[in-house]
Structures are given as structure tokens and as C-alpha cells.
Design a protein around this ligand. Sequence first.
Ligand SMILES: *Cc1c(COP(=O)(O)O)cnc(C)c1O
Length: 455
Amino acid sequence: MTRPPSTNQLRNWDRRYLWHPFTQMQEWEQEHPLIIERGKGSYLIDTEGRKYLDGTSSIWVNIHGHRHPVLDRAIKKQLDKIAHSTFLGLSNPPAIELARELIRIAPKGLTRVFYSDNGSTAVEIALKMAVQYWQQRHPKVGPKNTFLHLKLAYHGDTLGAVSVGNIALFHSKFKPLLFPTVEAEPPHCYRCPLNLTHPSCRMACIEPIEQIFKIRHRELAGFIIEPLMQAAAGMIPQPSGYLTRLRELCTQYKILFITDEVATGFGRTGTMFACEHEKITPDLMAISKGLTGGYMPLAATLTTDEIYKGFLGRYDEFKTFFHGHSFTGNPLGCAVALANLHVFRRENTLTRLSSKIKLMTRWLKPIADTSHVGDVRQRGFMVGIELVRDKATKEPYPLSAKAGHRVAAMARSKGLILRPIGNVLVLMPPLSTTVEELKKMVEILKKSIETLSID
Ligand SMILES: *Cc1c(COP(=O)(O)O)cnc(C)c1O
């Protein structure tokens, strides 16, 4: 038996062979990467046995904690049968059962499940379905070939998803490759572009969107939104009633309402899906991150009978949805996703979550009073804490000051893993986080913010 490589050896190889996502590798090469070898519950454990609280749910995916016995067992059990078989021309039991379960829990009216492997592809599929639907079902309207989306939107990193995204730092370099879209101002109550205050504004920010609908509805195939919270934008929440109004407008102007629940789905906001807060049903819904409890890459695009029917016809009408992936309907992913939903029921995850959400709100209050903190934004177990240079004027720190990264580095030294978005600290614990662990996370976060000093 050869001995496993030492931590130092692994670090050297990482710096020599790897290229990490969203990472300035020139800096990374000078650092000592933390190498996670194991996990247990809310904790990550590195190659040297040090434990860290997983404050990001391993980038927003983990739900019931690491190494949950039911999820572990589901994968092992499926592995004893088969790891993968194709979904092109064949089917498999876990994918079938999962689709049935997803339709059972999804907003009423969603009736069909199309699988893929990650959030970006789930979004691509929604966009392609929308465009093809209009061509085939309503060939006389349109052509409806473009989409409306909010500024600061993030729907993934593949080019279609980037086209409907708007985060300059991530997206501007690829502009020449993107298809044209229509953009609207998001509701951003802390930095309201209209300089108004909620609720006295009566959501005046919807008015310009209605204007766009009025003028351009003929060319708009759909309106895509991260419901309730624009996550990667830095956790920017939408006021209550916003989604309901947009759903009404989309119906009125015959524009498909597409919700990207990749970040908000699977209990993150306190309900199974964010749409449930306003009891609305989208025409298309993308899900991924929490779908497998954070275990395996799997995604799905859910849609209605009406859209599905737009693709039916004789073979030689070629109305088929010509899209698929090598790992569509992967049995291991589907098996663990089924186990994920099973644990939601068995452990009453959502019921138990609601009291923890309230505790979190209470514990976050003192953080809002800290001198470096401009705004604390929470929807369930999704939290963004915006650091500012000047609380009164809301003047931000320049990105080059790396305020968020400094606080995260301090938190790491105290045993909490965070991944900030610019000046916004993000806290996204696994839903299974215990009250004690949650308290510890918020305490470390607060202490780390207090140590921040930038001239
Ligand atoms: C993460 C995310 C995506 C992209 O998912 P990937 O699995 O990283 O491709 C899309 N939309 C939203 C809202 C996300 O948070």
C-alpha cells in the first residue's frame, strides 16, 4: 500500500495543477489552501483534523448536513445496482420516482420534470423551452425570441445563463458572445434606484417593468427571476407582493414567468420553494443546488402541461425538444435526491427550521448595529450582511479593500467557513444546523466583523 500524500504534498499539487473557480490564481498560489477531507453534520474537517463550521452549506447546496446516514445509505444502495445508464431512449427507477415526488411538492400546476446536471443547465433548458414553445404553440405571435430579467441577476455561468444575468464583474467580458435581452431595475430597498422607501413607495419599481411589458411583449418569450432573493447579487430581497404582481403581469401580457429557484429551493427561505411565500406558480422553474441535499450534481427544469403540449406532435413534425446531457437522469443523483425529500418529511425539517429562523433574526440584530454594517438582509436561512465604509451615507468599501474577504479570513481562523460576495458577507448554514451551532456561527461572524479595520 502506498501512503496517501501528505497535506503539504497535496497543497503543492493543488497549486501546480489546479485552476479554481472564481479565484485569482496568482493569489491562490501564494496561499496555503485548506484541504477538506471529511465532513460531519454542520462541520467540515481538513486533512489535519481541524474542524470548521460550514457557514456556506458548501456554496448553498447542503441541506441536512454532511454524512447524513439516510443520504449516505441511498447512494450506497443505488451503487449496488448501477451507477449510471442513459436517459436517452431508456429510463430508470430513481429518476421516475423522483419526478413523481417533485411534482407532488412543486407549486401546483407544474406537471413535468426535465433533468440536467447543474443550475446553469436547468436555466438554459428553461430558456430554450420557452423560445421553442412560442414558435410551436403560437407560431403567429412574436417572434418571441428574447427575455426580460433584472439587473444584478445571476442565473449561472454558461452563455445562455450569462445572457440573462447582469453582474458586470462576472459577465461584462463575455458581452460579445451573449444574446440581446431586456433589463429592468430590481427592487433594491437598501439602495433604491428610485430613492424611495418601502412600503410607502408602493413598489413603484414595478411600474417601469409594466411599461417594458406594454411596449415589448410581442418579442418577450419570458421573464426570468430569482424569486424572493437575488442571491449572487449580494442577497437582495424582494418586498412581499412583488412576485405576485409580476406573475399577474406576465399572464396579462402573455410572457412566460420563469423562476430560478436554484438557490432558494429546498427550504432555504423557510418554505420548500420561495414561490410558496406568495402562492404563485411559474410557467417554468429551475432547481438544482439543494435538490440532492448537496450530495451530487443534479438539476431539473419543471414546467406545466400547457408548455409540455407545445412539444407534442408526429415524429416528422420535429417538435421534439432536442436537448439532453450525457448524465441526464443520473440514478445515483436521483436516488440521493429522493432520500433528501424523504428526510425533509421524516425529520420535519421545515417545521423545525422556522424557530431557528426566528432565533437567527434575533441574533443578527446586534450585528446590524455594528459600525461597519450597513444592512442585514435575511430570508429564512439566507443571510447577507453588507459592510459599508460609512453607515450614514452608505458609502461602500472599494472592492480592492477586500473587506468581505478580510472578515471571512478572520472567521476561518475562528473555525467558521464563509465565502463573501464583494462587501456582502453571506451566511447560509445547512438547514440541519443545531441551535448551538447557529449561535456559534453568528458569534464568530460578529466578532470577525468587529475586528475589521480599514483606513
Ligand atoms: C448557483 C446558481 C445558479 C447556477 O448553478 P450551477 O449549479 O452553479 O451551474 C443558477 N441560478 C442561481 C440563482 C444560483 O444561485
